[in-house]
Write a protein that binds this ligand. Structure first.
Ligand code: FAD
Ligand code: NAP
Length: 352
C-alpha cells in the first residue's frame, strides 16, 4: 500500500472542489483494502472510498483516509465462432473500470443493454450504488450480482440482484456505508429491441440517421444519447458539476392533480399505481433559477437540475445554493426536493 499524505482531491471530484485528504491511497487490488482497513483501525481515523468523484460534494478537508478505487480488470466471455455465442452473456468487471468505457466496449462486442446509459461519468463500482439510470434504463435491468468487501468486518460476499433493494436512484448500498463494491457482474444480450420510450431518443436517431428508430442498433442508440447529452449537459472538464443535483420527486396522484390545476404545464410521468414522478428541473426552471449565477456557483443555462461552479468554489457555497432552491420549490409547489449527490465533511457523510 503506497500511502500519501495531505493530497488535494481537486482532480478526484468533478466539482473540482479543492479540499485535502489527510491520507490517500489507490486501491489496486483487494489486499490494499485489507491494509487500508488496518491503517484506519490503528489511526482510528475515518475513511472514504471514491471513484470518478462525479456524484459527491466535499465540503471540508477530510481528516482520514481517502481511497481511490483503481481495480480495473474486466472479463468478457471467451470469443466464440459467430452464431454460437449465447443470447445472454455475463461480463465481470472490477469496480474501478470506467463506466462509459464498459458501455463502449460492450457495443463493440455486439452486446446490448447498456447503450441508453452512455456517457454517464464515473466508475462501474459506483453504478449500482444509486442504480444509475437514463432514458428509461437503469443498471438494475442488467445487473446479475455485486461483489462486496465490508470494511467493518473484513468479510467478502456476493449480493445478487434480488438482494440489492434497487429503487429510483437507490439501492441497499446507500444503507450500508461500510460496504465497498469491488466487482460487478452484468448480463448483456446479444440482440434486443432498442429502448426508445423516451421520445427524444427515437427523434434523435431518426434525425441523425434518416432511419426508423424501431430497429436501431445499440451503436445508433449510443450515438443518439451522446448527441443529446453533449448538447444539453455541461462537460465537467469544462464546467464543474455533478449532473442532476436533485432527484425527481415521486408524488401521489392527488398531489399531482392539485398541482396540475394550478400549473397546467407541469411535467409529470406515471410511475406506478397512483404515483407520479415530477420533473424537478421543470419546477426549478419555473422559479427562474435556470442560468442563475452568483459568485462561484450557479444553475446551468440548459438544464436547471444541474448546479455548476468554478474551480475556486467551495462545497458549502454549492450547498447553500441548493438549499435556497429547495426552500423556494417547497414554498411555491409544496414539494420537497431531495439532493442526489452524496455530501461529505471532515469526518464522513452528512445529509441535508
Ligand atoms: P463517486 O462520485 O466517486 O462516488 C459516489 C458515491 O459512491 C460516494 O458516496 C462514494 O463513496 C461511493 N462509492 C464510489 N465508489 C464506490 C465503491 N466502489 N464502493 C462503495 N461505494 C463507492 N447519474 C445517473 O444515474 N444518471 C445519469 O444520467 C447521470 N449523468 C451524469 C452526468 C454528469 C455530467 C455528471 C457529472 C454526473 C452524472 N450522473 C448520473 C451522476 C454520476 O455520474 C453517477 O452517480 C456515477 O455512478 C458516480 O460514479 P463515480 O465513480 O463518479 O462515484
Ligand atoms: P429530460 O429529457 O429533460 O426529462 C426531464 C425529466 O423527465 C427526466 O428527469 C426524466 O426522468 C423524465 N422523463 C422524460 N421523458 C420521460 C419518459 N418518457 N418517461 C419517464 N420519464 C421521463 O431529462 P435530462 O435532464 O435531459 O436527462 C435525460 C436522462 O438522463 C434522464 O433519464 C436523466 O435521469 C438522465 N440524467 C441523469 C443525471 C444525473 O446526474 N442523475 C444527469 C443528467 C442526465 P428520469 O430522470 O427519471 O429519467
Amino acid at each position: 500500500m503506497e500511502l500519501q499524505h495531505s493530497v488535494s482531491l481537486q482532480p478526484y471530484n468533478t466539482l473540482g472542489l479543492d479540499v485535502k485528504a489527510a491520507y490517500f491511497i489507490r486501491i489496486n487490488q483487494l489486499d490494499d483494502l485489507y491494509a487500508a482497513r488496518e491503517f484506519c483501525q490503528d489511526k482510528r481515523c475515518p475513511w472514504l472510498i471514491i471513484g470518478g468523484g462525479s456524484n459527491l460534494v466535499l465540503t471540508q478537508d477530510f481528516d482520514g483516509l481517502v481511497m481511490f478505487m483503481a481495480m480495473e480488470q474486466v472479463c468478457w466471455p471467451a470469443e466464440q465462432p459467430a452464431g454460437s455465442i449465447s443470447e445472454v452473456f455475463l461480463v465481470t468487471v472490477q469496480a474501478g473500470y470506467e463506466w462509459d468505457l464498459l458501455v463502449e466496449q460492450s457495443i463493440i462486442r455486439g452486446a446490448s443493454g447498456l447503450e441508453n446509459l452512455s456517457l454517464i461519468p464515473g466508475q462501474v463500482g459506483a453504478a449500482p450504488i444509486q442504480n444509475i439510470g437514463a432514458y428509461g434504463v437503469e443498471i438494475k435491468d442488467c445487473l446479475e450480482s455485486v461483489q462486496v468487501f465490508d470494511f467493518d468486518s473484513a468479510q467478502e460476499f456476493e449480493l445478487f440482484h434480488a438482494d440489492c433493494e434497487f429503487g429510483y436512484r437507490d439501492s441497499i448500498f446507500k444503507r450500508h456505508q461500510s460496504w465497498i463494491v469491488t466487482q460487478v457482474k452484468l448480463h448483456l444480450k446479444q440482440e434486443s429491441k432498442p429502448q426508445i420510450s423516451y421520445g427524444i431518443i427515437a427523434d434523435t436517431i431518426e434525425s441523425l440517421t434518416g432511419e426508423s428508430a424501431n430497429h436501431a442498433s445499440p451503436q445508433k442508440v449510443r450515438d443518439a444519447v451522446m448527441h443529446i447529452r453533449r448538447s444539453k449537459l455541461p462537460d465537467p472538464k469544462q464546467i464543474p458539476n455533478v449532473g442532476s443535483f436533485f432527484k425527481n420527486p415521486i408524488i401521489s396522484i392527488e398531489q399531482k392533480q392539485k398541482l396540475a390545476q394550478q400549473w397546467p404545464g407541469i411535467v409529470a410521468y406515471e410511475v406506478g399505481a397512483n404515483s407520479y414522478k415530477l420533473a424537478a428541473g421543470w419546477l426549478i426552471e419555473q422559479l427562474g433559477w435556470k442560468g442563475f449565477r452568483e459568485g462561484e456557483v450557479g444553475v446551468h443555462e440548459h438544464q436547471a437540475l444541474v448546479l455548476v461552479c468554478s474551480g475556486s468554489a467551495k462545497g458549502r457555497e454549492v450547498l447553500d445554493l441548493a438549499k435556497r432552491i429547495k426552500v423556494d420549490v417547497a414554498a411555491k409547489f409544496g414539494v420537497t426536493l431531495e439532493i442526489e449527490p452524496r455530501l461529505f465533511d471532515s469526518r464522513g457523510e452528512f445529509y441535508l
